[in-house]
Design a protein around this ligand. Structure first.
Ligand code: FMN
Length: 334
């Protein structure tokens, strides 16, 4: 049980010229952190920095994925646009577009382990190309006036990982904040995130360092800040199906009462709301996206496994809604 609150909690987090009131960041999550998901996270965490899913700069150049960037203007609160690519000029152009759309900052993805991205030199591929990484950083920073940050991993693989040297290179190249996932590219999501390695990086950098990896509760966040001395934490998988987690961690770091985890009835209502919003935004394709969210949210009550099983097979949004309504009706709300 961890009781201490980070020394920096409560004070603003400065990122270049900008400031954040909240030291918990929502991870960029491809296929998950869309506008509708961010809206739910925002309900519990009005001041948190949230991120778009990663956006490929070359695709934007070709006219694909524009909506991921342009819809920011409709949202309250700070939102970072995360970009990935290996072409500096495409990244600079995408960053300009994101700035014009109202991004709070630009984050450069230098950690994505997906083979076809890394092989071309994007995402974690940049760990093996520090000169190109620096060029991208420099070109993007020169293109916008909002802060430019990097999210990366400890290294490519265990035997050659040197996170301190790598992160110092990124700082030198102009990164104004660094989020460090405490695993190598080779590890993917296996094993435990190495918070001690994040601590070693934090000790040597002057820019803010955000610790990432295996933070799934307010207690985890407090423990991680104790171990790493980081300036904040970023949470990813723990928020999938639990959009209240960022707000709960924020409250814990601030020493405020932690909002209650929603009841079964509230979770079913949330799943219903997300399904309706996704279908309104994306038509029947919204059902496919909603399925995974409903599967994550509908847990921890009698009949939840059967409900999830049925939701995954519901052929239409109306069928899925009927299942949720039936499950809601059969809860013992007394
Ligand atoms: C479904 C999924 C999608 C992800 N998409 C991105 C992404 O678009 N950009 C990124 O930098 N990291 C992405 N990540 C990695 C997370 O942001 C985070 O770094 C990682 O999951 C470790 O944090 P956690 O233990 O809190 O989940 C993704 C992870 C998952 C599971």
């Amino acid at each position: 049980m961890i009781a201490t609150i980070s020394a920096t909690a409560g004070s603003p987090l400065a990122i270049g010229p900008r400031q954040l009131r909240c030291r918990v960041l929502q991870s960029p999550l491809a296929g998950v952190s869309d506008r509708i998901f961010r809206g739910l996270v925002r309900r519990w965490a009005p001041d948190a920095l949230l991120f778009t899913e990663m956006v490929n700069a070359t695709s934007l150049e070709l006219g694909y994925g524009l909506q991921k960037v342009e819809e920011l203007g409709q949202e309250a609160g700070p939102i970072g646009v995360q970009l990935f690519d290996y072409r500096p000029q495409a990244m600079a152009e995408a960053a300009r577009r994101a700035e014009a759309a109202g991004a709070f900052l630009i984050d450069i993805n230098m950690g994505c382990p997906v083979k076809k991205i890394a092989k071309k030199g994007g995402g974690s591929g940049l760990i093996r190309e520090p000169d190109l990484a620096a060029r991208i950083m420099d070109t993007v920073a020169g293109a916008v006036s909002i802060p430019v940050t990097v999210k990366t991993r400890l290294g490519w693989c265990g035997s050659d990982a040197d996170p301190v040297t790598w992160c110092r290179q990124l700082q030198h190249a102009g990164a104004q904040l660094l989020t460090l996932h405490g695993r190598t590219r080779e590890q993917g999501f296996k094993g435990q995130a190495d918070w001690q390695a994040i601590a070693a990086v934090k000790r040597t950098l002057r820019i803010p360092v955000i610790a990432n990896g295996d933070i799934n509760s307010p207690d985890d966040a407090l423990r991680c800040l104790d171990v790493t001395g980081a300036d904040g934490v970023m949470v990813g998988r723990g928020t999938m199906g639990s959009p209240w987690l960022v707000g709960q961690i924020d409250a814990a770091l601030d020493g405020r009462p932690v909002p209650a985890t929603p009841s079964a009835a509230e979770r079913i209502a949330l799943a219903r709301e997300q399904l309706l919003a996704l279908v309104a935004a994306k038509g029947n394709h919204g059902l496919l996206i909603a399925r995974k969210h409903m599967g994550w949210t509908c847990t921890g009550f009698p009949g939840a496994p059967q409900l999830r099983h049925a939701l995954m097979r519901a052929p239409t949004p109306a069928d899925a809604l009927a299942l949720l309504d039936q499950a809601y009706g059969s809860l013992d709300l007394a």
